[in-house]
Design a binder for this molecule. Structure first.
Ligand code: DHE
Length: 542
C-alpha cells in the first residue's frame, strides 16, 4: 500500500469530470481520444493532488512535457509501476493500476496538460441561487433546538451534511451540499452555517428556520476546500469567503446571500521567488483583532491578511511563511494563528494583531493539526499541539510570549503516539484529555482506535480506546477520526468512517470517565468524516 501522505493527497479531484482545453503534443507517443480521456481521469483522481492541475509540481515533482519527453516512456513506466523512495507510490505493484494503465499514464504525462477553464464573476453568477431571500427569512429562531450544540457532520461520499442534535443525538435534517463535501463553518452570531464541497459549491444553511435548511448556494470555483465568515466587531455575519484550488483564487461574498463581491487571484511568486501558476488556497480563518481574513496559499507559502473593510480599495498584508501551507488553528488567546506548512515539516505562526510572522517552527514529518489543540502544559505553560501524517510524534509548541517567553514558539515537548497517519488532535478548555487519531495509519488496529493522554501526566504516555470496536460495526475498514467536543466539553465525538456501501457510525465518549456513552447509527449516516459543533466552531474553541 501507499504511505499515509499519499493516501491523504490522492483522494480524487472533481476536475476529472470537467471539460478541458486539449492540445496534443506531436512529439509525444500517440494516444487515442479514449486513451487520453482515461489518462485525464486517472490523473485527476490520483496524481493532481501532488503534481498539480498544470503539472508544474507541488509536493510531487513537475511533470511538464519538457521533462517527461526527455525521460521517455520506459523510464516513466518503471517509475509509475514501482514508485520511488522519495514518495512516489508504487501504483503498479500495489495493484492500484494495471500494466496497461501504467503504460497509458506514461504516455499521457508526455502530452501537454489539459487546462480546466477559468471561473470568474460571470460563471459564479450563473450558479448563484438565493432560495429564501433575507427579507423572507424568520426574524427570530423558529425551532426549539439548542443550536449551540448542533454538530454539522460531513457525509463525504453522498455530498450532504447531517445536522445532528448534540443533546438528543438525533438527526435534525440531512441537507444536500456540494460534491465530496469538505468543511463547515459558523457565522459569528451562530445563525448561519456555511458548507463547502470539493466542487466549489457553497451552501448557506439558516439554523433559525423551523427545520434548518439551505437558503442560498453558489459555486465559487471548480475545485475548493475552504470557507469562512467575517468575525470582527461590526462585521458579524456580513461577509463570507471561499478559497479554491482551481482556479487558484478566493472570493469574498455577502454573508447572508452569498452574492460574490470580490475575486482575488493567488497566482504569483513563491517564498523562494519562483513563479507558480497554481497556488491553491488552503485554510482560511477570520481574524478576531481586525476586519481581516487570513488566507493561506499552499504552493507559494504566502499568508495573506486580507482587509475586508474596503473591498474597492483592498488592502492585503502578505506574509512570507513556508511552502505547502495547509491546515491550522488559533492559539488559546485567538491572537496567533498556527498553520502547518506540511511538506516543509514546519508550523508557521502569524501574529494577527501585528500582522507579522512570529516564527517558523520545525516539527515532525508532515504535520497535520486540523485546527490543533490548546492546553496548559504543567511544566511549560500554554501550548498548541499537532500530530503528523509522516511519523508517530506529537509536537507541543509554547504559545505564551508574555509569561513563558523562553518557550514561546519553541517545541517544548514531543510525545510519542500510536503511529503515523494522524489527521486530527483535540482537547477542550474544560478537559484534561488530549485525543489523537491515527486515521490513515496502514494498520487496522491503529487506524480504528484513538490515543488519549492525561494532560497532567504527559510523561506517562497514552491509553488506547478501541473506538472502532465500540461502534459495533463488525468487519471492514473503518477509520476512526476527528475528535470533536460538544458545547459543554464533557463529551467527545468520533467518526467511524466506513466505505460508502457499509455502515458507519459516530461514537460518543464521556470525557471524564473515557467510557463509551452512546453510538449514533442511522442508515443516512454514510461516510461521516468531519464534525463541526456550532458553538466550538463559532468561537474557535479547540
Ligand atoms: Fe481536508 C480541513 C484540504 C483530504 C477532512 N482540508 C482541510 C483544510 C484544507 C484541506 C485546506 C483546511 C480548511 C480550513 O481550515 O479553512 N483535505 C484537503 C486536501 O487537499 C486533501 C488532502 C485531499 C483531498 O482529496 O481533498 C484533504 N480532508 C481530507 C480527507 O480525506 C478527510 C480526512 C475526510 C473528508 O471528509 O474528506 C478530510 N479536512 C477534513 C476536515 C477538516 C479539513 C474534517 C476540518 C477540520 C477541523 O477540525 O476544522
Amino acid at each position: 500500500g501507499s504511505s499515509p501522505e499519499v493516501a491523504y493527497q490522492a483522494g480524487g479531484s472533481p476536475l476529472s469530470k470537467e471539460e478541458m482545453h486539449q492540445n496534443l503534443n506531436p512529439k509525444a507517443p500517440p494516444m487515442t481520444k479514449a486513451e487520453f480521456a482515461r489518462g485525464k481521469q486517472i490523473y485527476f483522481e490520483r496524481c493532481a493532488g501532488c503534481h498539480g492541475v498544470l503539472r508544474k509540481g507541488a509536493t510531487g515533482k513537475p511533470l511538464t512535457p519538457d521533462i517527461t519527453l526527455e525521460r521517455g516512456t520506459e523510464y516513466l513506466k518503471t517509475f509509475i509501476k514501482y514508485g520511488s523512495p522519495a514518495g512516489m507510490p508504487n501504483w503498479g505493484t500495489s495493484g492500484e493500476m494495471s500494466d496497461s494503465d501504467v503504460d497509458l499514464m506514461a504516455r499521457y504525462v508526455q502530452q501537454e496538460p489539459p487546462t480546466p477553464p477559468e471561473f470568474g464573476l460571470k460563471e459564479m453568477m450563473a450558479t448563484w441561487k438565493v432560495i429564501i431571500p433575507p427579507e423572507k427569512r424568520p426574524t427570530r429562531k423558529m425551532n426549539g433546538y439548542n443550536l449551540d450544540n448542533i454538530f454539522s457532520t460531513t457525509l463525504r461520499d453522498t455530498g450532504e451534511v447531517a445536522l445532528i442534535d448534540g443533546d438528543t443525538k438525533k438527526i435534525i435534517n440531512v441537507v444536500k451540499t456540494g460534491y465530496a463535501v469538505h468543511i463547515s463553518r459558523i457565522s459569528k452570531s451562530g445563525r448561519y452555517l456555511y458548507v463547502i464541497g470539493r466542487d466549489g459549491k457553497i451552501n448557506l444553511i439558516d439554523l433559525w428556520l423551523d427545520k434548518p435548511d439551505n437558503v442560498a448556494e453558489i459555486r465559487t470555483g471548480l475545485e475548493a476546500r475552504s470557507v469562512e465568515t467575517s468575525k470582527f466587531k461590526g462585521y458579524e455575519d456580513k461577509l463570507a469567503v471561499a478559497g479554491s484550488y482551481w482556479p487558484p483564487q478566493f472570493v469574498i461574498m455577502e454573508g447572508d446571500t452569498l452574492k460574490p463581491l470580490k475575486i482575488v487571484a493567488t497566482r504569483g511568486m513563491t517564498v523562494d521567488n519562483e513563479y507558480h501558476p497554481e497556488p491553491r488556497v488552503a485554510s482560511i480563518v477570520a481574524s478576531h483583532f481586525k476586519p481581516e481574513f487570513v488566507v493561506n496559499a499552499k504552493e507559494t507559502g504566502k499568508i495573506m491578511m486580507v482587509d475586508y473593510s474596503d473591498l474597492k480599495n483592498l488592502k492585503t498584508t502578505t506574509i512570507d511563511a513556508a511552502k505547502f501551507l495547509h491546515d491550522g488553528g488559533f492559539d488559546s488567546t485567538g491572537r496567533y494563528f498556527l498553520v502547518a506548512a506540511n511538506a516543509s515539516n514546519k508550523v508557521a505562526v502569524v501574529d494577527t494583531k501585528e500582522n507579522k510572522l512570529a516564527a517558523l517552527v520545525d516539527v515532525g514529518k508532515t504535520p497535520h493539526p486540523g485546527r490543533g489543540a490548546n492546553f496548559v502544559d504543567p511544566q511549560f505553560g500554554p501550548v498548541w499541539a499537532t500530530g503528523h501524517l509522516g511519523d508517530d510524534s506529537i509536537t507541543l509548541i509554547g504559545t505564551d510570549p508574555l509569561k513563558h517567553k523562553a518557550q514561546a514558539w519553541k517545541v517544548v515537548r514531543t510525545l510519542k503516539g500510536q503511529g503515523g497517519g494522524s489527521l486530527f488532535i483535540k482537547t477542550h478548555p474544560k478537559s484534561h484529555n488530549l485525543w489523537v487519531d491515527t486515521a490513515l495509519n496502514p494498520e487496522a488496529g491503529i487506524s480504528q482506535s484513538i490515543a488519549v493522554y492525561d494532560i497532567a501526566h504527559l510523561d506517562k504516555g497514552f491509553a488506547t480506546l478501541p473506538i472502532g470496536e465500540w461502534s459495533g460495526l463488525g468487519e471492514g475498514a473503518k477509520r476512526v477520526l476527528q475528535p470533536e467536543y460538544n458545547k459543554t466539553g464533557d463529551e467527545v465525538w468520533f467518526s467511524v468512517w466506513s466505505a460508502k456501501d457499509k455502515q458507519s457510525a459516530i461514537v460518543v465518549v464521556d470525557d471524564k470517565t473515557r467510557k463509551l456513552k452512546t453510538v449514533i447509527k442511522d442508515p443516512r449516516l454514510i461516510t461521516p468524516t468531519g464534525k463541526f459543533n456550532v458553538f466550538n466552531t463559532q468561537h474557535d474553541v479547540y
